[in-house]
Design a binder for this molecule. Structure first.
Ligand code: CDP
Ligand code: MG
Length: 748
């Protein structure tokens, strides 16, 4: 039942009274609303939240009759263990420990809903283990939508259990696994569990699976819902816990055949909401201003600012630190938080500081990670979200308005420790009118080709009748099948091909998997492995704010005349030649961690290729064809990401005729007629990032079906005309001895 109250102007004035003078700067535009954070769970007939009388029996058994010896390791508990234990006992889920265990005993599936920070992610897997649900030799697997969360929570829980991370408690995220024979509790991304199910469709390694953060409805979690629902029928010994931070648990219950619900009441303090009175022109400016004014005027308490990505976060973080200093404000510790941040830096957000700390974070801090001590939240109202246009087949990460549900979660972060305040950098009207009520499930807005390839490999052929919680839009499904067909992963009958079998094994997009699979045919698997690895790690080029020019000059030394993919190859080779030297990286403005990670990713990908008998080969570097072969191989996967030069610096994407430019970081010193690109960056102007010079002939040779499909009347006329023109030109000028396959294609 919603407890939403109407906003009250009276209250606004009273409460702002004593601050009115000081708040001139930014908050004069802020309007307070009583639209409070109501995360209480709706009443449901299927549950009881009253605690059992024998509530503490199990707790007593395990924790109070403690003989000082850790049952997991046989070692004496450390002092830290007891310190943390005291804190754990205060978490809301502890009150319902017995209730949880009893409910899980009597049901195969349990839906658990609880306020962020109530202890679901860290405590529930431990309860599951202690109560004996984890059969010997098996594990409890806990999924997270985000890598950072999986990693950080695994670390925290290993500390809580007083074990070494990677031994009893481990984690598994893409390209990085830390587990051992002893591991009985594994935190992992939902994508990794989906991968595991390909090799182990009944998920036999697990006695209990916990799908955490289910409210986020990521693509992988949605697919896991369907797969695990099937496994539960075949394996009566498997238990599933679905955990969510929001109210819409009814949907999960219904989907899992009316599974029982358990709710953990939150212990949330009230949070006052402030809105701006006018829309903000620049939300970064507004965020900086708001943080500074909180720091100046408000009582002690940490600040959490939600931003959309790494660049924005780094920039704002630096700006606030600098301006606070210039304004001679008291010390403030500014900390960034995003997924590619090194672990050592990430853990700083949990440290205590003698003065105020301010964390600038992506969505990760919305529900995945709980940071204690936050009293002020600054919410500009945006996040990066995947959007997919099935018509143009373009998937992009767009900065988009968040949902009302997200905004409420964000505000809730301010009320963990004591009453807090949330500053929304948008108007109340905008909150009500422009923000969607709920976040749209990713399955309805993402490119499905990767998961469909996985489902095919799993033998799920009838996608139309797959038990989706929310079925994807048929057109998106069709497009995904089409893409896989063009890539040669599916044959004309829609069956997985030999290439498709191998492609499904790579934890990569089908485009990247495809270039790996075809690399040996182009005699360049060694090189393409390197390129694929370099494309799978964070940006290797470092551009410090105060040294941009020097950094750009240095990058030129690595630039390859034919394009950025080959530049990445140069960087990797030079890194190897330097003996993987950190100083060398620093001097050359290269991100050591990223390249080092690429070496690791490369060996993992190489292992998969070798497993399928694809030879690791290289051409003769002095031959004319050496780089041509690599570029042709790139085209074999990226033909759907091609663009054509129209004039001067203007490119148009093939297929949907979007006007784009080469990104300023692009190292090409000329403007080739045709390029393929790795990424389309949509900002105020549209850019192609990581582009390589190609020939139209290669497109035609690699993907005749795809090019043919672009002659369909539904495709923009300009694309059709250009393809016709290019084909004619080839027919007139090309020596077909060089392109035997082309002859028949052209003549068709
Ligand atoms: O999953 P849920 O949001 O319900 O809570 P949780 O992630 O289990 O967090 C419970 C508590 O564990 C938090 O309030 C933090 O005090 C603590 N925690 C921590 O100190 N460090 C972490 N990396 C994760 C949690
Ligand atoms: Mg959690």
């Amino acid at each position: 039942m919603s407890k939403k109250r109407e906003s009250s102007e009276d209250f606004t004035e009273k409460s702002n009274n004593n601050k009115q003078q000081k708040d001139k700067d930014s908050k004069k535009k802020m309007k307070k609303s009583h639209d409070d954070i109501d995360n209480s769970v709706e009443e449901s007939t299927t549950t009881t939240t009253t605690n059992n009388n024998n509530n503490d029996s199990i707790k007593t058994e395990i924790y109070d009759n403690d003989d000082g010896i850790n049952k997991c390791t046989g070692k004496k508990y450390s002092k830290r263990y007891y310190d943390i234990l005291e804190k754990r006992k205060l978490l809301p889920v502890w009150e319902q420990r017995s209730e949880f265990i009893n409910k899980l005993k009597s049901s195969q599936v349990l839906v658990l809903v609880g306020e962020t920070g109530s202890g679901k992610t860290t405590q529930i897997p431990q309860f599951v283990f202690e109560a004996g649900f984890v059969e010997k030799g098996t594990m409890v697997g806990v999924t997270q939508p985000r890598r950072v969360a999986a990693l950080s929570v695994a670390k925290r829980v290993s500390e809580e259990m007083d074990v070494v991370l990677g031994e009893e408690v481990g984690y598994s995220i893409r390209f990085e696994e830390l587990t051992s024979e002893k591991t009985f509790m594994k935190y992992m991304t939902d994508g990794m569990l989906l991968r595991e199910s390909m090799a182990d469709p009944l998920l036999k390694k697990y006695s209990v699976i916990i799908l955490d953060e289910a409210h986020e409805r990521t693509l992988s979690t949605d697919i896991l819902f369907g797969l695990i629902k099937g496994v539960l029928q075949k394996r009566k010994d498997l238990k599933l816990v679905v955990m969510s931070a929001t109210l819409d648990a009814g949907k999960f219950q219904k989907y899992f055949n009316d599974a029982p619900l358990m709710k953990v009441p939150g212990r949330l303090h009230p949070v006052e909401i402030y809105y701006t009175q006018e829309p903000e022109r620049d939300y970064l400016d507004a965020a900086v201003r708001t943080v500074l004014s909180i720091h100046q005027d408000e009582d002690a308490g940490d600040i959490l600012v939600f931003l959309t990505g790494e660049d924005e976060i780094e920039e704002t973080c630096t700006r606030v630190a600098r301006e606070a200093k210039q304004m001679q404000l008291p010390p403030i510790t500014c900390l960034p938080l995003y997924s590619t941040l090194p672990m050592s830096q990430q853990s700083k957000i949990f440290d205590n500081y003698p003065h105020r700390k301010c964390i600038f974070s992506t969505n990760i801090a919305e529900t995945s990670l709980t940071i204690d001590g936050i009293v002020y939240v600054v919410d500009p109202g945006f996040s990066k979200q995947k959007t997919y246009n099935p018509r143009s087949r373009i998937e992009s990460l767009l900065v988009s308005p968040i949902s009302q549900a997200s905004a409420k979660q964000r505000a809730g972060r301010a009320g963990r420790t004591r009453p807090g305040k949330c500053f929304r950098l948008y108007t109340e009207k905008s909150f009500k009118k422009n923000l969607p009520v709920q976040t749209y499930p990713e399955i309805l807005r993402a490119n499905l080709s990767t998961v469909i390839l996985q489902l095919k490999k799993l033998g799920v052929d009838d996608l139309v009748h797959f038990d989706f919680m929310d079925p994807p839009i048929p057109e998106t499904l069709m497009r995904a099948l089409e893409v896989l067909h063009y890539l040669g992963a599916l044959d004309d009958e829609g069956e997985l091909t030999k290439d498709g079998e191998i492609m499904a094994e790579f934890p990569l997009d089908p485009q990247l998997s495809k270039i790996l699979v075809s690399s040996a045919r182009y005699n360049c698997s060694n090189e393409v492995l390197t390129i694929a690895a370099m494309l799978s790690v964070p940006n290797v080029f470092h551009r410090p704010k105060d040294n941009r020019r020097d950094a750009d000059q240095t990058k030129k030394l690595f630039d390859h005349i034919d394009g950025d993919h080959l530049t990445l190859l140069n960087v990797y080779h030079s890194f190897k030649q330097s003996g993987e030297n950190t100083t060398w990286c620093y001097d050359n403005y290269l991100n050591y961690r990223a390249i080092k990670q690429a070496t690791n990713v490369r060996s993992q990908l190489a292992r998969i290729l070798s497993r399928f008998g694809v030879p690791l080969v290289s051409g003769d570097i002095n031959s004319r064809d050496y780089y041509i072969n690599i570029r042709k191989c790139l085209v074999s996967g990226f033909f759907m990401q091609a663009a054509r030069l129209e004039k001067k610096n203007e490119y148009f994407t093939l297929g949907d005729e979007q006007k784009v430019m080469l990104h300023p970081s692009c190292g090409l010193d000329r403007r080739p007629d045709w390029v393929i690109y790795n990424e389309l960056v949509l900002t105020s102007s549209n850019y192609l990032r990581t582009a390589t010079d190609i020939k139209f002939e290669w497109l035609l040779e690699s993907a005749p079906h795809y090019i043919d499909s672009l002659l369909d009347p539904s495709v923009p006329q300009k694309t059709r005309q250009n393809i016709e023109r290019a084909k004619k030109y080839i027919a007139m000028t090309t020596s077909f001895t060089d392109y035997p396959k082309l002859k028949s294609i052209i003549e068709k």
